[in-house]
Design a protein around this ligand. Structure first.
Ligand SMILES: *Cc1c(COP(=O)(O)O)cnc(C)c1O
Length: 425
């Protein structure tokens, strides 16, 4: 297998005089020495440029960053500084956004099972919008209103358009089967719009849909626009939110549209269908995924002749559960020779007590891979750290933002005492 494609690495990735990978002008060897491994390294300039690209093509105030992809205070602040609103789907995500100094008015509350506590915290924070997901939620909003919680929030009705987007293909079904939103086909969406429009507890401003995640073909979104355009025309509301879901390439054989290409497809679809509402989007993955890499240290190499070679690193499913959850693929490279040819095939595994703790099932790696090497997996900026766990009481990794030759730690590595922080007995 040839070298890892350059396009999978952050924009600022380069090779230092000694052959090592640099990101944001920072030497990976120096970073891993200072902050330890596993380590998430984000190219901060790339995070900012993806945010700017989205704001430029969709318009200021029209881009809502889906924080579940990656959230810490520094990321909340960065997205806010770049003009994005924040999509928060739990009280926890809202708390992080607020504690980063992002005003509640710049947050959008999501979630298919918002609690009274979450709804009331959002109202108290002056939440920008609430995307209503169920009739029970409408009841809760009315109860909060009766109990004096305010101000009256702007809300959107989340619609399940009967359009299913799978990773590589696109299937449109008549029958909805989703825990999210109001079903369009069976009339629930219309009933929800009528109920919200008549309620003094909410100010209905629009409709919303999100067809899925890691969608590779921008045209796939056009189908959702088609379904939503009809409904939006019928209900005549000023806002139409088309969700997130733009895919990113994780491996050498994948290609994904850019944010600008995605915007063109949505714009063309909206124009040809005569959509008059303002269009909003909620990208998560496409903002953060390819801005980061994870650096691990190789600890053991076990060769089983005629079977395979296992290369074990010092993290695993606790910092990147995507391979276990979705069978997702990644590439690997060595920080000391990032663009070396990779003739060997090995299985890269973590250090958890599970045979399933696999990071790369069949990783192409350089011939001279050895114990002690810093192994890097690109495109780990989304749904890695945010989905991470303390399984096996592992200390979750540090996160650094690298830019202009310096790195700032935005999340420190957990300590052993952090692992005891919530034990009260
Ligand atoms: C997850 C999610 C997003 C973001 O999805 P990405 O695939 O990360 O772009 C946007 N909107 C909603 C409602 C979501 O649940």
């Amino acid at each position: 297998m040839s070298a890892v494609p350059r396009r999978l690495l952050p924009d600022s990735a380069a090779v230092a005089d000694d052959g090592w990978l640099t990101i944001g002008g920072c030497h990976l060897g120096a970073l891993t020495e200072q902050f330890g491994t596993p380590l998430f390294v984000y190219d901060e300039d790339q995070l900012r440029s993806r945010c700017r690209e989205a704001v430029q093509v969709f318009g200021r105030g029209r881009v809502v960053y889906a924080t579940k992809a990656f959230l810490c205070r520094a990321m909340a602040r960065l997205a806010h500084e770049e003009g994005l609103l924040l999509d928060v789907s739990t009280g926890g995500e809202l708390h992080v956004a607020l504690s980063a100094g992002v005003p509640g008015s710049q947050c959008v509350l999501h979630g298919n099972n918002k609690s009274d506590e979450e709804i009331r915290a959002a109202l108290s924070a002056g939440i920008g919008r609430i995307v209503v997901d169920s009739f029970d939620e409408l009841d809760r909003l009315e109860a909060a209103h009766r109990d004096g919680f305010g101000p009256v929030p702007d809300v959107l009705i989340r619609v399940t358009p009967g359009v299913h987007a799978h990773t590589h293909e696109f299937i449109s079904t008549g029958q909805d089967d989703s825990k999210f939103g109001f079903n369009l086909a069976n009339g629930d969406a219309r009933r929800a719009v009528s109920q919200a429009a008549a309620s003094p507890a909410v100010n209905l401003v629009g409709t919303h849909c999100h067809i899925g995640s890691n969608v590779f073909r921008a045209e796939s979104f056009a189908r959702a626009v088609e379904v939503m355009a009809g409904f939006a025309a019928e209900v005549e509301l000023p806002q139409l939110v088309l969700g997130g879901g733009l895919g990113v390439a994780y491996t050498a054989d994948e290609e994904a549209p850019t944010i600008s290409q995605w915007a063109s497809v949505l714009r063309e679809a909206c124009e040809s269908l005569g959509v008059s509402s303002d269009v909003y989007v909620e990208p998560g993955r496409s903002i953060v995924a390819d801005a980061a890499v994870t650096a691990y240290t190789v600890g053991t190499i076990k060769d089983i002749p005629d079977v395979r070679t296992y290369v074990a690193v010092d993290g695993g499913m606790s910092d990147n559960p995507r391979p276990v959850l979705y069978g997702s693929g990644y590439e690997a490279l060595l920080a000391r020779s990032p663009f070396a040819e990779r003739p060997l095939t090995v299985r890269v595994v973590g250090k958890h007590c599970e045979s399933g703790d696999v990071l790369l099932s069949d990783a192409a790696v350089p011939e001279d891979l050895r114990v002690g090497d810093v192994l890097v997996t690109p495109v780990t900026g989304a749904y890695g750290q945010s989905m991470g766990s303390n399984y096996n009481r592992i200390r979750r990794p540090a996160v650094v933002f690298a830019s202009g030759g310096s790195a700032r730690e935005v999340v420190r590595r957990e300590t052993f005492d952090d692992l005891l922080a919530t034990d009260v007995g």
